[in-house]
Design a protein around this ligand. Structure first.
Ligand SMILES: [Zn+2]
Length: 1081
């Protein structure tokens, strides 16, 4: 979804920013190590975004506010569709005979029907009689409707067939014979979710929308795409999305191109990903998980078009499909739509052929060593990684056991205070955790844990420490307070059911599939209440030790199916891989005759011509679209009352939140000294993880876990339109059940005022973790790093943000690591200085979201909190006047693919903001950049971003095989706009798609948060209305006029690329030292 997200980030001046921050708030939930197992590959970029990535330091949270959709996956993640979003009085649709009759008439047999209290839904499982397709139809009053069709697609090799198919079926179908119906939907629908995922054993195609007409349009396009795609007859789609040889001119070198090929090159450049893949393949040598469904770039070019077509024929068949519907639409209509598609198929044996066999357990542990690409000349001493992995069982586990394992995972690793996590980090043996703990998305559950940033001689110590700690936990059990904190966190998240920007129905679907896809009961994972209560009763009865110790012993300590993966840095690996690829290509070229080469050059041109030729308008019209009449004329209203308590401004949003209070306490950062800025993220982490005089940090964390739904602290920085000074704040964000409002405010006060900055060793860990995280981001989200760097050259807010999250921050951390040992007192007093300059009643603002009664009841606790804040002399604002030098920069990292950016401030050219800019930016991203950077350029993504607060318009690419060529595409945007011709349908689509972004679906806490950000950034309701009208009345002339504005980017834009050393050297040779080179890894 990333691409849409990024486009969206510029699509509405305020709500967009909000949504991004909101999203990251949820991402951070997984404050535990990120999973080493790439569970799936997405058609669009992963959910990282430049602004959220930078300005919001989401990881500082303790304990996690709510497990993310992938956290304790099957049970604790998500879920009751309406528990929060809508008042709970409407009853679910009636269970009546008529529906059954309709189903029967349409060819569906009812298998089972159940009420799911946990999500206030009626769920009916059908089987399509003719083909055997299974359909789960879930009805409730959630307006955010979800559809998904899922096929079991276990690969036999690592050529990436499932992944390439996932990309390709969305490139045109029987009813929608255009190049990419998927892109048309991105452009012109109101979707709240649109993407596709490849797992190791299944491929999912989900869509969501709150508009019923739009929803059925999306469903129809997706069904036609998966069942009747053009790609199985079209070699060129396979070449474009999979792989092909490219040769512009017979005298030049041949190269490999292909979207998936480059996407996977990017994946294989990230050490964490390599580690996860190695571990999975070594743990499952005998079944389908032993190969890579995403595709190994060294193997992808062995794939033939025949094999690709065969795979589709075999597995993309109704007999092998599981179909999900969810929401408040008519359940009969769902079956009617399906029968039209399914009836044209006969049953086949795909469902037998696609069964996933289980891996037998080993009798002996296994150990593997692998190299990963490290930067040349970088310090390799502390760059090893080691991870221990267990396959927990070869038989399905009972529901209660699975639940208990999930709970155990949270206890051991779920928060910074969790013992396994804490002990590993405190050991000083490594910089950060690797391994995702318990993983239960595949047929058999696994457990993995380890460290990165380890010295070679410490590898064995890490292994011993993991084993000894697990043994100690089994012997001694867990602290009762920790158990209570975990239980509260889990129950809170179930009750809150906050899936962030992820539709609730999709979260439920993925959960149900965890069993359904293996022919087990699809209802079971939706019904957590009973097993949870019985686990709770058992804990109360026999104590936590009697519950958890046997699990640790049986599944981990005494389990011989253990795979230890050690990863060694290899500075020559990247260039060796490149050389190997070049050698293959040279051989290919040498084996070709002159005629062959001429033919290849011809085919290359033909493919590019096809890619760059737009679809004819009549074909584009085949994709259904809403009309402007379907679009509300007013922006989404968020009730906001602005008042004052004890001299502090308070914003209140009266929204139904199912008895949860959400609050943000905001402090203005502008009185901070400039040189303290890079310390701010670590200051925020210290507030939550350092402890007070009376409580060590473990106790403080447990207290937060027991009393609240989570507290996080992070800086937020943005430009403000019309102002030189940045908008720069530190936000303390928290949530609790209404009855705990007093505890929540007490705890916020405690972390702000009582935390002591005295724990040198812990602080050093924070520095190491942050460094490891930044290094990981540099490889995985280089576009975010490049964007931050460009912003830092163009405005003060960008500079501030880069100090706290960009390359400058990484450099600061590297120096700080030594300084902690030499001058801890100095650092400690700097942290204190930040606190003193920050905490002041005058510079404070509070935001609260909840229903009226909760808000009123909370006021007295807020008032007490405010009274405790110091009153200071009106603080003088420090003017931070700094920017990075505006030279073109290449940040060199060991990677096989690049991230290329170019940006300029278009307000400086006199451009006046109009809502049409959102429409136009989105359009550029979905047409010109998509076609040239992704489709014909072979990058995974290309997009543009207009920050309406600062005026910075930027282009970015993601996992891009090109460098200078991509810059040429960016510069071509001006002419693209000037020469643009557009019929009314296309324009309407562009407008509707933009409104879809602006109005994207938000849960109540996100609405309240969005409103806060609008307030901080000075975006008024009048302005929102005005922008909306400008969006709705966008004309072709606006596009042409916009070309003049972005000409500034072409003419004087600054360029930053995160790129491979070879590509940078070549570019500097070609363009006379175009880049100033900076080595970062
Ligand atoms: Zn992909």
């Amino acid at each position: 979804m990333e691409r849409a997200v990024l486009v969206r980030s510029l699509s509405c001046s305020s709500a967009s920013v909000n949504r991004l921050f909101f999203r990251s708030y949820h991402r951070l939930s997984r404050s535990t190590p990120s999973s080493p197992f790439p569970p799936h590959h997405k058609r669009l970029l992963p959910n990282v975004s430049r602004r959220s990535a930078l300005r919001h330091h989401w990881r500082r949270i303790s304990p996690s506010p709510s497990p993310s959709p992938f956290y304790l996956k099957r049970y604790f993640s998500s879920l009751s569709p309406r528990a929060v979003s809508t008042p709970s009085h409407a009853s679910p649709p009636e269970i009546g005979g008529s529906q059954d009759e309709v189903a029967e008439k349409l060819g569906f047999a009812k298998i089972s029907e159940q009420m799911i209290e946990e999500c206030k839904s009626k769920a009916v499982l059908y089987k399509h009689k003719k083909t055997g397709a299974e359909v789960m139809s879930v009805s409730n009053d959630d307006e955010n409707k979800v559809f998904g069709i899922v096929f079991r697609t276990p690969p036999k090799d690592s050529m990436g067939i499932p992944h390439i198919l996932e990309h390709s079926v969305l490139c045109g179908s029987r009813k929608y014979p255009l190049k990419e119906p998927f892109v048309e939907l991105l452009k012109g629908s109101l979707h709240t979710f649109l993407n596709a995922f490849t797992y190791p054993d299944r491929t999912c195609y989900p869509v969501a929308s709150t508009n019923t007409k739009d929803f059925y349009n999306l469903v129809d396009v997706y069904l036609d795409a998966v069942l009747f795609p053009k790609c199985v007859e079209d070699l060129q789609t396979f070449q474009q999305e999979g792989w092909h040889y490219e040769l512009d001119n017979p005298s030049e070198d041949i190269s490999f191109k292909g979207v998936v090929f480059n996407e996977m090159k990017g994946v294989y450049s990230q050490p964490d990903n390599i580690l996860g893949r190695m571990a999975q393949q070594a743990m499952f040598p005998d079944n389908t998980y032993g190969v890579d469904s995403g595709g190994d770039p060294r193997v992808i070019p062995q794939l033939t078009f025949e094999e690709f077509k065969d795979f589709h024929r075999k597995y993309y068949h109704p007999s092998n499909a599981r179909i999900w519907f969810y929401g408040d639409d008519d359940p009969n209509e769902r079956l009617r739509i399906l029968s039209e598609y399914l009836d044209s198929f006969d049953a086949n044996l795909a469902s037998e052929a696609s069964k996933v066999e289980s891996q037998k357990l080993f009798s002996e542990p296994v150990r593997i060593v692998e190299k990963y690409p490290a930067g040349e000349g970088s310090d390799l001493k502390k760059k090893h990684m080691v991870c221990l992995n267990w396959l927990l069982s070869d038989k399905p586990l009972g529901l209660e056991t699975e639940l208990a394992l999930g709970f155990l995972d949270h206890l051991m690793l779920g928060t910074p205070a969790a013992p396994l996590r804490r002990i590993l980090l405190e050991s000083g043996l490594g910089d950060a955790i690797v391994g995702g703990g318990v993983e239960d998305e595949l047929l058999q559950p696994q457990f993995s844990i380890g460290l990165k940033g380890v010295s070679e001689e410490d590898i064995q110590k890490v292994e011993e420490l993991v084993m000894n700690t697990l043994k100690k936990l089994a012997d001694e059990g867990f602290d009762p307070e920790a158990v209570e904190a975990s239980m509260n966190t889990i129950e809170f998240s179930l009750r809150e059911n906050n899936t962030g920007s992820f539709p609730r129905g999709l979260s439920l679907m993925l959960r149900s599939l965890g069993k359904w896809i293996y022919d087990m009961d699809p209802f079971e994972p939706l019904k957590y209440e009973k097993p949870l209560q019985s686990l709770k009763a058992k804990l109360a009865e026999v104590g936590s030790k009697a519950v958890f110790s046997p699990l640790i012993e049986k599944f981990i300590l005494n389990n011989p199916h253990r795979v230890t993966v050690e990863m060694q840095p290899d500075p020559e690996k990247a260039s060796r891989d490149e050389a190997a690829e070049r050698e293959i290509l040279e051989k290919v070229k040498a084996s070709m005759t002159e005629e062959d080469l001429a033919e290849l050059a011809r085919a290359t041109h033909e493919l590019r011509l096809k890619q760059e030729t737009p679809d004819p308008p009549e074909v584009l019209r085949s994709v259904p679209c809403l009309s402007l009449h379907d679009i509300p004329k007013k922006p989404i209203h968020v009730p906001t009352e602005i008042g004052e308590i004890g001299g502090v401004k308070v914003l209140q949003h009266d929204l139904f939140t199912n008895d949860v209070l959400y609050t943000e306490v905001v402090f203005n950062m502008s009185s901070l000294k400039q040189e303290l800025l890079p310390l701010v993220p670590l200051f925020c982490q210290s507030l939550l993880e350092m402890g007070t005089k009376d409580m060590d940090f473990v106790q403080l964390n447990q207290l937060i876990g027991r009393k609240t739904g989570g507290i996080s602290v992070y800086p937020l920085t943005s430009s403000k339109r019309g102002s030189e000074d940045p908008c720069s704040h530190i936000i303390v964000r928290g949530k609790a059940m209404a009855g705990r409002a007093e505890d929540l405010f007490n705890l916020v006060n405690c972390i702000l005022q009582d935390v002591q900055f005295t724990d040198q060793q812990r602080f050093k860990q924070f520095v190491c973790q942050s460094k490891a995280r930044m290094e990981n981001r540099l490889r995985g989200s280089g576009h975010g790093i490049a964007a931050a760097r460009m912003d830092a050259k163009l405005n003060v807010a960008g500079w501030v943000a880069e100090q706290m999250g960009g390359i400058s921050y990484l450099e600061f951390l590297r120096t700080l690591e030594e300084k902690v040992d030499q001058d801890w007192n100095g650092i400690s007093s700097s942290l204190e200085e930040i606190r003193i300059s920050l905490l002041s009643r005058q510079d404070c603002l509070v935001n609260m979201t909840g229903d009226g009664k909760i808000l009123t009841n909370s006021e007295k606790f807020l008032s007490k909190f405010v009274d405790l804040l110091p009153v200071k002399q009106p603080s003088k604002t420090n003017s931070w006047d700094a920017r990075l030098s505006p030279v073109n920069e290449a940040i060199v990292v060991p990677t096989q693919v690049n991230y290329v950016g170019k940006a300029a401030n278009i307000y400086e050219t006199g451009y006046q903001l109009s809502g049409s800019a959102y429409v136009i930016s989105k359009y550029i991203g979905n047409t010109w950049l998509w076609d040239r950077v992704r489709v014909s350029g072979g990058a995974y993504g290309g997009f543009c971003d207009f920050d309406t607060h600062s005026g910075v318009f930027s282009y970015l690419s993601y996992r891009d095989p090109n460098l200078l060529k991509t810059l040429g595409v960016y510069d071509g945007t001006v002419d693209f706009l000037r020469e643009l011709e557009m019929d009314d349908d296309t324009l309407t689509k562009a407008i509707i798609g933009t409104i879809g972004d602006v109005d994207s679906y938000q849960l109540p806490d996100a609405k309240g948060y969005s409103s806060l950000l609008r307030y901080l950034l000075g975006v008024t309701e009048e302005e929102r209305q005005q922008r909306r009208e400008e969006i709705l009345s966008t004309s072709l002339k606006d596009f042409k006029d916009f070309a003049d504005a972005i000409e500034a980017v072409k003419e004087k834009g600054v360029v930053v690329a995160v790129a491979s050393p070879d590509d940078v050297a070549a570019a500097n040779e070609e363009r006379n030292n175009f880049f100033e080179v900076k080595k970062a890894l």
